[in-house]
Design a protein around this ligand. Structure first.
Ligand code: FOL
Length: 211
């Protein structure tokens, strides 16, 4: 059983992207993403699982995401992950043609360079949708969402949206519970800023939801 944590920054109406990029530039929010997805005990590593569009949205100088096992899903098995002149990527990166095979790989430590501590689903919309729909009985299940809720502005020009997981959970009789800020910090393993944050005129809040 692989437990998955979904990590996302989303507006009140679940906007997550615009024109193939994040709709905002929030340095401290990005630092939180980096720290929480990287933090792992000595000798182990976290995995970040993403769709091809999300991979392409990451600036080349940050690819593959440092100190994390990068797993990219594309239905094109010949997809060129990195320019052919890349000397040696400084973090492992695997290509899988579907979610099932990616998740199987993560559950087989003998095929990994180091033990996996936590696995994060980092987007985008279609991978969020597909992973949130995995039933609790399946080999993998999303039991935690690290949601950075963007309170304002509304970012009305968003053109990519994540599913309304809170409404879907209610409707399906498997409601999500918001963990306390203390629980979030304990799980993250470091101090996380509490309450409404402000950066570049954008107001947001770090939240954790569990089921
Ligand atoms: N979750 C949260 N909370 N915030 C996000 O911005 C976010 N973004 C994605 C998925 N979940 C998220 C997907 N998009 C990078 C760029 C885009 C991206 C994810 C990561 C990236 O370049 N990260 C670098 C740090 C970059 C920097 O310091 O500016 C990394 O090492 O993580």
């Amino acid at each position: 059983m692989t437990r998955l944590t979904l990590i996302v920054a989303a507006t009140r109406n679940n906007g997550i992207g615009q024109g193939g990029q994040l709709p905002w530039r929030l340095a401290k929010e990005m630092a939180y993403f980096k720290r929480v997805t990287t933090s792992a005990p000595e000798g182990s590593m976290n995995a970040v699982v993403m769709g091809r569009n999300t991979w392409e949205s990451i600036p080349p100088k940050f690819k593959p995401l440092n100190k994390r096992l990068n797993v990219v899903i594309s239905s094109n098995k010949h997809y060129e992950l990195l320019p052919t002149d890349t000397v040696a990527p400084c973090a492992p990166v695997y290509l899988h043609t579907n979610l099932d095979s990616a998740l199987q790989r993560l559950s087989q430590p003998q095929f990994l360079e180091s033990p996996i501590h936590r696995s994060f689903v980092i987007g985008g919309a279609s991978l969020y949708r597909e992973t949130l729909a995995l039933p609790p009985t399946s080999q993998s299940f999303v039991d935690r969402v690290l949601l950075t809720r963007i309170h304002s502005p509304a970012f009305e020009d968003c053109d990519v949206f994540m599913p309304d997981f809170l409404a879907d959970g209610e409707r399906e009789g498997k409601p999500w519970r918001q963990a306390s800020h203390g629980e979030l910090q304990e799980w993250a393993g470091f101090e996380v800023a509490a309450g409404t944050q402000e950066e570049n005129g954008v107001q947001y809040e770090f939240q954790m939801w569990v089921r």
